[in-house]
Design a protein around this ligand. Sequence first.
Ligand SMILES: [Zn+2]
Ligand SMILES: [Zn+2]
Length: 239
Amino acid sequence: MKLFMDPKENLFHVHTFRCLHASMCEDSVYVERALELNAGSIWFTDHAPFPGDPFGHRMRYEELEEYLTTLTELKERYQDRIDIHIGLETEYFPSFDKSGYYRRLRSDERLELLLLGQHMAEDENGDYTFHWDGELLQEGEAKAIGTAICQGIRSGYFDIVAHPDRSFRRRKQWTDDMTEIAEQIINTAKQKGVVLELNETSKRHKHQYWKEFWELNADQCPVVIGLDAHSPEELMLEQ
Ligand SMILES: [Zn+2]
Ligand SMILES: [Zn+2]
């Protein structure tokens, strides 16, 4: 596997208390823990809010400014000891692209990285896949998420795709249509020079980590190992 950076040195994909499903500790606690682990860098990528706050499990839109300000201050305070990188993890939705949301995010120079974490997709009716049910959800969501990931990569706003194999989390066994979706994601990422994340947390949940996906990606796109840490304890890479 072509690694984008050394996972022991660089702690990638870290959340904060603002998403309301992570430890309620200050951001500096993560930084101090990273220093104890002798890391050279830590990459914060908390869940991005959207205007109007249509989704849960993330900070409110009005908190975004505080997130960027606080992390920028920490970055300066720790600059001699560790590199703090500021990113956001977010989905790609065509309607928010049209309204200029991603362009606005990218125009803020404090924000260094957008991580494409496609937890759901927007359908043609402007609805979201978490409102789907039955077989459409079980079987159809993987394709919708795969398509959204490819659109997101092509939009040019994203640097890294988070847990691409989690697209298949509602499936129980690997099938040919999954190979097709996986190849589309890998080929699109390869064309655009986008990195894929092998997510450590996915390995701890059923049907989120698919070795078949990573076999297809053998040496095609560079891979970053992501912790998806929601607590300072989770900054340690499992052996
Ligand atoms: Zn989370
Ligand atoms: Zn995450």
